[in-house]
Design a protein around this ligand. Structure first.
Ligand code: SF4
Length: 970
């Protein structure tokens, strides 16, 4: 930051002093005293670095927004030049409670995305065949009328399931789900089953919530199953708190096959055989159990041990003492020796870590999101066994422990709430996966090829399935087939491998060009962050009112909120379909809802404390959010499972013998700060309200038992009795499953400066990182005669790719790894030239070859930097060669691959990708055979347990299986 001396003084003056350090006066409470004080955000002065050595002052408006380059949604401050109204840079927003003024490299790179010379500025319509990459500019009106007409016809003809919205980076909490609900389509499809479903599933089976919120800053032991500091979930907000915890003296234990940035900071770095993580965690749990080192009172009060005893040990007394005996027996087999044999980690090391866990007590923060959970068959048991440690130590919802996400997240009520859809879409939720955490999105091409349905309108929205998903060539086959996909609309800020196969490419905004509202579980607090089109706010501060973001965004880039409202009006122009009413103004009945009213309503009526805070500054709640970009709703939320249910809520109560408490009260009467996803009502229609613990009724957890579910009666009832407890599932890359000569390939990590598809228009990031060599240990490389830079052929079960070797001791011997954030490619024609290699893409029948024709090259543009591009590499697109490998329980794609690594063959070229999609089909069929479909295993004639979370949950009536199938035959 180039703050002139005079401004530094004023910043320092307005800061508060604390513990001898200078603190920023806003909610970040960090020690960075040089943040521009918020009182001066309308006219902040800095010297123009480009004018150096002359001292030229620049005057800026500092306008907050949030970063859109990963899920963390860190606060950004856009520096808008008051003279030119150009954004000159992005820095951190100290008013943001999650990121506290800090960003990773990807935040400031938002500026590259705004100014990218290759960005899509206008709506484009396909001018040749799908995939030919020939385009013509069209008006928004033309595109929107065509799309709306098709959706209207599909809904009118009761083909609601032919409308699908497939999201990559949501960046918001529920806006689009409400749009789809208003259309009455079960059309929400996400990327989550290629990302975090297994991570989520492990948490859901325990808590009824699907994410953790670890309190790293206050932990004594931080145990991470991931490369968390660089690429994990909530990368920057968590990373800074992990380092805070370390600064307090916390120990850091990291399980990672690679020496990641995170592992390099660890006190104990364990590089186990991929997929064996649960074996280690169970050995640690066993140590705690056998040595009586766990929190007996916590287990007694909050585990569903009584249900376990009644169901599984009916001949034994249902006493806690009997349960403890059973527990010792159940886990006795998971010795340190067993874990060593499975993982290759010395028993003594595992014992050391177990002692650290025991010593941490409740100050044990743990986290698994992608990593091992995303890589392996049964990866969800990695998360489940990790949380077993928290559950044993009572490290749940206490300082330094791990919280459920919903306690540390705040989602306000919107202006309109449409009813749940009356549809069930089997293209997203097929019967084979009744327990899937999220939509089976990566199977879509195969489900379409099976003939299970077709799509009239398919939106890919800030999503690039051809490149991001496994088996991308099957995607190309499916989405180029117009009998399967009538219209593909790509809503994207950048060219992508999937956009080439669209009919319309519609430009949507980057982080400084759109509205979104969100809240994430970054620490023990609740906050909301507000993304906004910064030039709209800049104009407003100058007294100009902007109606439509296209007035201020580059070209005709449009924000999606306005787009969805407009599209919904076009689908139902006269309101007769019942859609339009959900997009109408409340203050001006019959008029189109505006974004200012939408957010103004939420901030005024649904965010506790915000109206008062705004009033104190003489602002409306909307003005406050536009000025500061974030609001802290609550700090130190603390445990919610122990919160007493007020007497007034205990109406016509029914208690089960296990202590589940049901009530007839309509809804929570108390100010319930956590929205509780409600499990099933009882036979009398009462809703679960809490659990009885030692005579008191407390909230508990939103599981069927109301307690932490060590034992899942649901898993047992739905055909998986062997997984009813936290246990160990051998991965598809377990040594027993590998054919001779095969080794595991780890593709689940990314470089910290890459952003999925949107890196390709971030020149600073591309300059830093633009290749993805194959990590291979020297001992392994020696057996193949490989040196760094040698070309290697990596063969999967459906094809191969050709990449360069990187010989490094930073990986476990016998395992190879390759970052998945590289290998961007474009066809001849438009594309992101600074990070996409130009390729040819050919096929004969099911055999495909993608070959790099040209690497990245310098080019002339309005940005002089593009003529200075010095790199040619863009990496290798390995994901094309991966078959789909859906976990039969969680539905998560199991990313790790069994591969053969060889020296490249004559004729192989760097970047080659060869795939036979007939083999993709075989792999799909093999993994499908592992499932236990609802049609045969459902205990009650439904498609899915109703209590399980589901995005855009449809009406209860849709859960009934067609034709009365399932075990019950109802
Ligand atoms: S961690 Fe980095 S990319 Fe993610 S939101 Fe924060 S600044 Fe943006």
């Amino acid at each position: 930051m180039t703050t002139p001396k005079s401004d530094r003084v004023s910043a320092s003056k307005s800061a508060t002093e604390g513990r001898g350090e200078t603190f920023y006066p806003g909610p970040s409470r960090t020690q960075l005293g040089a943040y521009p004080p918020k009182e001066r955000w309308d006219d902040w002065v800095e010297l123009d670095s480009r004018a150096w050595p002359r001292r030229v002052e620049r005057h800026y408006m500092l306008v907050p927004t949030t970063c859109f380059n990963c899920e963390s949604a860190c606060g950004l401050l856009a520096y808008v030049d008051r003279e030119t109204l150009e954004i000159r840079k992005f820095e951190g927003n100290p008013e943001h409670p999650g990121s506290r003024g800090r960003n990773c490299a990807k935040g400031p790179a938002t500026l590259n995305q705004v100014n990218d010379p290759d960005r899509i500025l206008y709506p484009m319509k396909r001018a040749g065949r799908r995939g030919e990459n020939r385009w013509q500019r069209v008006s928004w009106d033309e595109a929107m009328d065509d799309i709306a007409g098709r959706i209207r016809k599909a809904i009118a003809e009761k083909r609601n399931n032919e409308v699908m919205y497939h999201v990559g980076r949501p960046g918001e909490d529920g806006y689009t789900e409400r749009v789809l609900a208003a259309w009455d389509v079960d059309g929400h499809n996400s990327h989550t089953n290629i990302c975090s479903s297994s991570g989520r599933a492990g948490y859901q089976w325990w808590m009824g919530y699907d994410r953790p919120s670890p309190d790293h800053a206050n932990a004594d032991l931080i145990l991470l199953i991931s490369a968390h500091l660089e690429s994990g979930h909530y990368f920057n907000p968590h990373a800074q708190r992990v380092m805070e915890g370390k600064a307090r003296g916390a120990k850091l234990v990291v399980f990672d096959v690679r020496l990641s940035n995170t592992a390099s900071h660890a006190d104990h770095w364990l590089a186990p055989w991929p997929g064996s993580e649960a074996a280690i965690l169970l050995a640690i749990a066993n140590h705690l159990i056998q040595e009586d080192l766990y929190d007996r009172e916590f287990v007694r009060r909050f585990w569903n041990w009584q249900e376990f005893m009644e169901q599984e040990r009916p001949r034994e007394p249902a006493s806690f003492e009997a349960f403890e005996k059973a527990l010792k027996k159940l886990y006795g087999e998971y010795s340190f020796g067993f874990a060593e044999r499975e993982s290759g980690i010395a028993a003594s090391v595992i014992h050391e870590v177990a002692k650290l866990v025991a010593a941490a007590g409740p100050r044990l923060s743990t986290h698994n999101w992608r990593s091992a959970a995303a890589g392996n068959l049964g990866g969800w048991q990695v998360t489940r066994t990790l949380f077993l440690l928290n559950a044993l130590m009572g490290a749940v919802g206490v300082p330094g422990g791990t919280f459920p996400n919903a306690w540390n997240k705040f989602v306000p009520k919107p202006i309109h709430t449409p009813p749940h859809p009356h549809q069930w879409n089997e293209l997203s939720w097929p019967q084979e996966y009744p327990l899937a955490m999220n939509e089976m999105s990566f199977l879509l091409p195969h489900l379409l090829k099976d003939g299970r349905g077709r799509l009239e309108v398919y939106f890919s929205r800030v999503y690039n399935p051809v490149w991001t998903n496994p088996d991308g060539l099957s995607w190309i086959e499916a989405i180029t087939d117009q009998s399967k996909v009538g219209l593909h609309v790509a809503l994207t800020p950048t060219w992508s491998e999937s956009a080439y196969f669209a009919d319309y490419v519609l430009p949507v905004g980057v982080g400084s060009e759109r509205h979104d509202l969100h809240s994430y579980e970054t620490h023990d607090a609740q906050w909301i962050g507000f993304r906004q089109p910064v030039l709209k706010e800049a104009h407003a501060r100058l007294g100009k009112r902007i109606q439509d973001t296209r007035e201020v965004n580059p070209g005709e880039v449009w924000e999606e909120n306005e787009l969805w409202i407009d599209l919904s009006w076009r689908i139902d122009p006269d309101g007769t379909m019942g859609i339009r009413k959900h997009f109408e103004s409340k203050s001006e009945p019959g008029a189109k809802l505006g974004v200012d009213e939408y957010y103004g309503f939420i901030f005024s009526s649904s965010v506790p404390g915000l109206p008062e805070k705004a009033k104190a500054e003489g602002l409306t709640p909307l003005e406050y959010m536009r000025r500061y970009g974030a609001f802290e709703v609550m700090r130190n939320v603390g445990p919610q499972h122990t919160a007493r249910v007020p007497e007034a809520e205990l109406l016509d109560v029914h208690r089960t013998p296990q202590g589940r408490v049901y009530t007839r009260a309509e809804k929570p009467l108390s100010a319930n700060i956590v929205p509780v996803p409600s499990p099933d009502p009882d036979a009398e229609g009462r809703r679960p309200v809490g659990i009885e613990v030692d005579g008191a009724v407390v909230r508990g957890f939103p599981t069927p038992s109301g307690r932490l579910e060590f034992y899942s009666a649901t898993l047992k009832a739905w055909g998986w009795p062997e997984y009813a407890l936290p246990t160990y599932i051998r991965s598809q890359v377990h040594p027993q499953s590998l054919a001779p000569g095969e080794v595991p390939l780890i593709p689940t990590f990314r470089l910290p400066v890459q952003i999925h598809t949107r890196s390709a228009n971030s020149k600073w990031l591309d300059e830093i990182a633009h290749t993805n060599p194959l990590w291979i240990h020297p001992s392994h490389a020696a057996t193949l005669g490989l040196a760094t830079g040698d070309l290697v052929r990596v063969e999967t079960h459906i094809g191969h790719f050709v990449v360069k070797a990187w010989v490094t001791e930073g990986i476990r011997p016998g395992v190879v790894a390759c970052s998945h954030h590289m290998g961007r490619w474009k066809l001849e024609g438009p594309g992101q030239r600074q990070m996409m290699a130009t390729v040819s893409l050919k096929h004969e029948g099911s055999r495909w070859l993608l070959r790099r024709e040209r690497g990245v090259e310098p080019f002339d543009s309005a940005d002089a930097d593009t003529s200075r591009i010095w790199w040619t590499d863009a990496g290798v697109h390995q994901n094309l060669t991966f078959p789909v490998q859906p976990d039969p329980v969680s539905g998560m794609h199991c990313w790790h691959q069994a591969v053969r690594v060889k020296r490249a063959e004559p004729g192989d070229r760097y970047g080659d990708v060869s795939v036979d999609t007939a083999k993709s089909r075989e792999a799909y069929t093999e993994w499908l055979a592992l499932t236990r479909p609802a049609g045969r295993y459902s205990p009650d004639g439904t498609r899915r347990p109703y209590w399980l979370l589901r995005p855009l949950k449809p009406g209860r009536e849709t859960y009934k299986l067609p034709g009365g199938t399932g075990k019950s035959g109802t």
